[in-house]
Write a protein that binds this ligand. Structure first.
Ligand code: GDP
Ligand code: IMO
Ligand code: MG
Length: 433
């Protein structure tokens, strides 16, 4: 799972862990996600497809908790096939909800209405789709297989939205007949992939096979535990894997939190360690911090250990993967946030529950020595400069979770397995580079 505000490198870590796993499962989020894998200099960006899809023999599951835009999914399937990827091992939950054209329009309209208070959503219809799911007005993947049901459900779903959709009344995407026909067409393409995915995953777990559950977004974007309302509309926390994939809490043995060596955020909302000016620009450029889906420049800041410890607690995190350590090269000293200072001087050692407080705190920092060496070629902890090793130790001790994996470049081989990581059960699911 993502341990920050998303884009921590979940795609890369999942692709690695998929190496010797038997299945990879997405369990929440939707087309708001953009997960990148870099292999042999080739870049793959996945929005709905589990990041195990480049391994042709792995079961890849889009679970019931994901919201699926069938246009994006069918495009993604086409694009992967065009690039020579065998996608036959994909399975899509019959219970997953579908993003409909009106969800996209409502996402746009909602943001426009909020004006300066906008959330900065990816405008992919995520919020309105999850809202319909909760209101029991959602359209599910299985509905694509029955024209009569599909049409009836679309009518029922649109009816309460008439007022909000009035500005789009003439938009051709809202035409009932063509929408139904378009979605039936998607159903036709997706039919071979539709399955009872919970059963498929449980069968593998029963055979003691390794299943990787791939989170999207991150803890601080969680609708319950994140910086509400500046969050997404699902639960990116680890517990949500059970609900969104249809397995039990005891089926999960390890929880890996992915965090960058610094902090980023796309969209609005509080960000206590945010940087601005030349330092922010430098980190953004070196780290390539521009949205995978939207191309938006990401906000950047120093690593926030108060938030990371909060993430560890909420997820029973058993291991950390720290990505993008290479990006900190040349920054001296490195700052790392260990508490917050409120506007009236109060110190916060824990993530404040009150939004107003969080909006006004500033990070309090430890300063640690930086390093000038290029890290992208390092493959063992011993090869890292002492300052980089000390930085990792500091994180590990503060958060109280061992670091299993360190990223030193975008390529899938650009990782360091720590001694702790090599000893973990999950590491048997991956091949040390
Ligand atoms: P995700 O949404 O969590 O899968 O992350 P994204 O793919 O949106 O963003 C992570 C970006 O960082 C991608 O461009 C990756 O290729 C890149 N990346 C991942 N790990 C590393 C790393 O260790 N070093 C560097 N320099 N880039 C990395
Ligand atoms: P991955 O899986 C980073 C952010 C949006 C916005 C908020 C709500 O690649 O880490 P939404 O479209 O979900 O209603 O937007 O959440 N957001 C992400 N930020 N990475 C993501 O996914 C994100 N998915 C949504 O920028 O602030
Ligand atoms: Mg991303």
């Amino acid at each position: 799972m993502g341990a920050q505000w998303g884009d921590e490198g979940k795609g890369k870590v999942t692709d690695m862990l998929a190496e010797r796993a038997h299945a990879v499962v997405r369990f929440q989020g939707g087309t708001n996600a953009g997960h990148t894998i870099v292999r042999n200099g080739e870049t793959w960006t996945l929005r709905l497809m589990p990041s195990g899809i480049l391994h042709p023999d792995k079961l890849c599951v889009i679970g019931n908790g994901v919201v699926i835009d069938p246009r994006v999914l069918t495009d993604e399937l086409d694009e992967l096939r065009r690039r020579g990827v065998d996608t036959r091992a994909l399975r899509v939950s019959a219970n997953a909800h579908l993003i409909m054209p009106y969800h996209m329009l409502l996402d746009h309209a909602g943001e426009a209405k909020l004006g300066k208070l906008a959330i900065g959503t990816t405008r992919s219809g995520i919020g309105p789709c999850y809202a319909d799911k909760a209101a029991r007005l959602g359209i599910r993947v299985q509905d694509l297989l029955d024209e009569k049901i599909l049409k009836k459900k679309i009518v029922a779903a649109i009816d309460p939205k008439r007022l909000s959709l009035r500005p789009y009344a003439r938009d051709p995407v809202l035409d009932l007949q063509s929408m139904t026909e378009q979605y039936l067409l998607y159903g036709h393409v997706l039919e071979p992939f539709i399955a009872d995915t919970s059963r498929l995953v449980l069968e593998r777990l029963d055979r003691d096979e390794v299943v990787v559950f791939e989170g999207a977004q991150g803890v601080l974007l969680d609708i319950d535990h994140g910086t509400y309302p500046f969050v997404t509309s699902s639960n990116p926390v680890a517990g949500s894997a059970c609900i969104g994939a249809g397995v039990g809490p005891k089926d999960i043995d390890e929880v890996w939190g992915i965090s960058k060596a610094y902090q980023t955020r796309v969209g609005s909302g509080p960000f206590p360690t945010e940087l601005e000016g030349p330092l922010a620009d430098a980190i953004r450029d070196t780290g390539g911090e521009y949205g995978t889906v939207t191309g938006r420049p990401r906000r950047v800041g120093w690593l926030d250990l108060v938030a990371l410890r909060y993430a560890a607690r909420l997820n029973s995190m058993t291991a950390l993967a720290i990505t993008k350590l290479d990006v900190l090269r040349g920054l001296d000293p490195i700052h790392v946030c260990t508490s917050y200072r409120g506007s009236e001087g109060a110190q916060f050692d824990h993530f404040p529950y009150h939004q107003t407080v969080l909006h006004h705190v500033a990070g309090e920092y430890e300063q640690l020595p930086g390093f000038d060496e290029e890290l992208s070629g390092c493959r063992s902890e011993e090869e890292l400069p002492a300052a980089a090793r000390d930085y990792l130790r500091f994180i590990e001790e503060f958060v109280g979770v061992p670091i299993a994996l360190v990223g030193v470049g975008p390529g899938r081989e650009q990782v360091i397995w720590t001694e702790a990581g090599r000893g973990m059960a999950g590491s048997t699911a991956a091949t040390p580079a």
